[in-house]
Structures are given as structure tokens and as C-alpha cells.
Design a protein around this ligand. Structure first.
Ligand SMILES: NC(=O)c1ccc[n+]([C@@H]2O[C@H](COP(=O)([O-])OP(=O)(O)OC[C@H]3O[C@@H](n4cnc5c(N)ncnc54)[C@H](OP(=O)(O)O)[C@@H]3O)[C@@H](O)[C@H]2O)c1
Length: 290
């Protein structure tokens, strides 16, 4: 599996990332197999959030590390904070909202470290843009977390270019990614400036729901022809299509099936030509380019 940096001064991670969002729907034994299968395929980066699985998935994953502590050194852990959900586990929250204050971000990082059973996060992301985000306060919080060694790198998720820029200008170090929704089911970031702005900053996007959460686009007969041409499955083609973008997108695969992790890893060997790429774009948008 290829590896690459999210930013010249950022972490080196695997070109495919394993997303843990859906992993509470399978048994702990399957989670163990998902982790080991990913690592066997060279997928060493795992994408978490404090809220996944009603605040439970970091701990489920942490159990795997507890049993096999040597695995920690073989992986990069990404997690997110800043969304407060209404949950039996968080009785003080009566309404879903965002919180990017020093107090909450610091508390959330400590909580994620304890749940995952690690003493550092490779990457911490602010999950959603918070309209009450105070860039100076968050910049200080990030700097302290880095200085304490609890967080090695920071980034954001679902930020617009201007939201990204406002936070970046308050920092003395780079935001190393913006994790956004990009796929054949959501092609807007190709055209709305999201990827352009990241390229200006030499920052690479992480793509969430790279298979549109399992939805297919386009006509099945067209897909069959493309699949036969490349001896590849729909999901492999959809991942290859994303990775072919010159900005260097890192797809976060969300499967809960170890076999599909193995299948996804093969996407890296698919080379689409320009006409294949534009044909897939046409299936996504339903029209020819102008
Ligand atoms: N930053 C954010 O706001 C945000 C939001 C959403 C997600 N995320 C991150 O992105 C990750 C991926 O999101 P996602 O789960 O929606 O990604 P996805 O890879 O687009 O979708 C995965 C879903 O598609 C299904 N699927 C159907 N056919 C498949 C195939 N051939 N290969 C693989 N999967 C197939 C999977 O089912 P099976 O499990 O049965 O394979 C699973 O339910 C999450 O785990 C999370 O880490 C971030």
C-alpha cells in the first residue's frame, strides 16, 4: 500500500484509510479482524470520532489495542471532536450542537486518548464548522495539545475554504487536512473551490463516504463495461476515480467486512485513462462536460 503525506509538514498515512463509523454494528471479534486485515493490507490509518457508535467506537477499538498493545506503533489514529450529541452517555447535553471551546476540545481529547488506550493522537480534527468557533482560542488549544504531545497534527472536517483560511491564519502550524464528502455521489468539491483551496495550501483532502455510503451511480450496463475493461469491481473503480485526482485525495473506506477491505486495497493498482475518468464523471452528473 502506498503511503503519502497529508501536508509537507504533516503526517504520512496510508493512501486508503479505514473508517470506524459503522464498526459498532459488528461483533468485537469482527472489529479485531477488521483492524488486522487493514494492517495486513498496509491500511495503517484509522479514522474515528468521539461520537461514533454513540460515543462507543473509540472504546471498542481501544479493546483491540489493549489486547495487542504492539499494534499501536503500526498505525496512525485520527479522531474528531466538536459535535455534542444528545446521548444517555452525555446527560448535560439537551440539544445537538457544536462546541470548539478550549474546555471541550481539551476534555474531548483526554477522553478519546483514554477510550483508545493511547497517549497520543496522530491527528485531531474539528468535526464540523462551528459558527461560534473562536480561531484565537482554538489556535491556543491546538498549540497546547501539540506541545503536551497529546496530538501530533491538527486539521478540520467539512470546512468551506474561507472557514479553513480563517482558522489557518490564526495558527503557527498547518492544518494538515480537510476531511470532506467527495465521491461519485458528491462531486461538488471538484468544482466549488474546496479542492482548489486545499491545493493552494498544499493540503490533501480525506474523502468521507467515498462510495456514497454504498449507493451506486450511473447505469449498470455502463458499469459492467468499465468493470470488464479494468477487471475491477464497482467499488474499486469508484476509489480509483477519487485517487486519480491530482490533489491526492485519501479515501476513507467505511466497510464492516474484512473481505471488502482486501477488495478496496486493490483499487490502487487501477489506472483509469482520461476518457474513463470523464465517463464516470458523466455517470455521476448525468451530463456531458460543456
Ligand atoms: N467527517 C465526517 O463528517 C464524516 C462523515 C461520515 C463518515 N466519515 C468517515 O468516513 C468513513 C467512511 O464513510 P462510509 O462508511 O459512509 O463510507 P463508504 O465506503 O462510502 O460506505 C460504506 C458503506 O457502503 C457499503 N458497501 C456496499 N457495497 C460496498 C462495497 N463493494 N465495498 C465497500 N463497502 C460497500 C458498506 O457495507 P458493508 O459494511 O456491508 O461492506 C457500508 O455500509 C466513516 O467510517 C468515517 O470514518 C466522516
Amino acid at each position: 500500500m502506498q503511503r503519502d503525506k497529508l501536508h509537507p509538514d504533516g503526517p504520512e498515512i496510508s493512501r486508503l484509510v479505514a473508517g470506524v463509523w459503522r464498526w459498532h454494528t459488528v461483533s468485537p471479534e469482527t472489529v479485531d479482524r477488521l483492524v488486522r486485515t487493514a494492517l495486513d493490507q498496509g491500511i495503517s490509518t484509522f479514522d474515528h470520532a468521539d461520537i461514533y457508535g454513540d460515543h462507543g467506537n473509540e472504546e471498542i477499538f481501544g479493546q483491540v489495542l489493549k489486547k495487542q498493545p504492539a499494534l499501536r506503533a503500526q498505525m496512525e489514529l485520527v479522531t474528531k471532536c466538536g459535535i455534542k450529541l444528545v446521548s444517555g452517555k452525555r446527560p448535560a447535553t439537551r440539544l445537538k450542537h457544536y462546541d470548539t471551546t478550549r474546555a471541550h476540545v481539551t476534555w474531548s481529547v483526554d477522553h478519546s486518548l483514554a477510550a483508545l488506550g493511547t497517549d497520543y493522537l496522530d491527528l485531531l480534527l474539528i468535526h464540523r464548522p462551528d459558527p461560534l468557533l473562536n480561531p484565537a482560542e482554538l489556535a491556543e488549544t491546538f498549540a497546547d495539545l501539540k506541545q503536551q504531545g497529546k496530538v501530533l497534527h491538527v486539521g478540520v472536517s467539512n470546512f468551506t475554504p474561507s472557514q479553513f483560511d480563517v482558522l489557518q491564519q490564526a495558527l503557527d502550524f498547518p492544518l494538515v487536512t480537510n476531511q470532506i464528502e467527495i465521491s461519485l455521489s458528491r462531486v461538488d468539491p471538484l468544482f466549488n473551490g474546496d479542492l482548489d483551496n486545499l491545493m493552494l495550501h498544499r493540503v490533501r483532502a480525506m474523502a468521507w463516504s467515498p462510495l456514497g455510503g454504498g449507493k451506486r451511480v450511473g447505469d449498470e450496463r455502463d458499469w459492467f463495461a468499465m468493470a470488464a475493461r479494468h477487471n475491477a469491481s464497482y467499488s474499486q473503480l469508484a476509489l480509483a476515480w477519487l485517487m486519480q485526482h491530482p490533489s491526492g485525495i485519501f479515501p476513507i473506506i467505511g466497510t464492516t467486512q474484512p473481505d471488502r477491505i482486501v477488495e478496496s486495497a486493490k483499487a490502487l493498482s487501477i489506472q483509469l485513462d482520461r476518457q474513463d475518468w470523464f465517463e464516470m464523471l458523466r455517470w455521476a452528473t448525468g451530463r456531458e462536460v460543456a
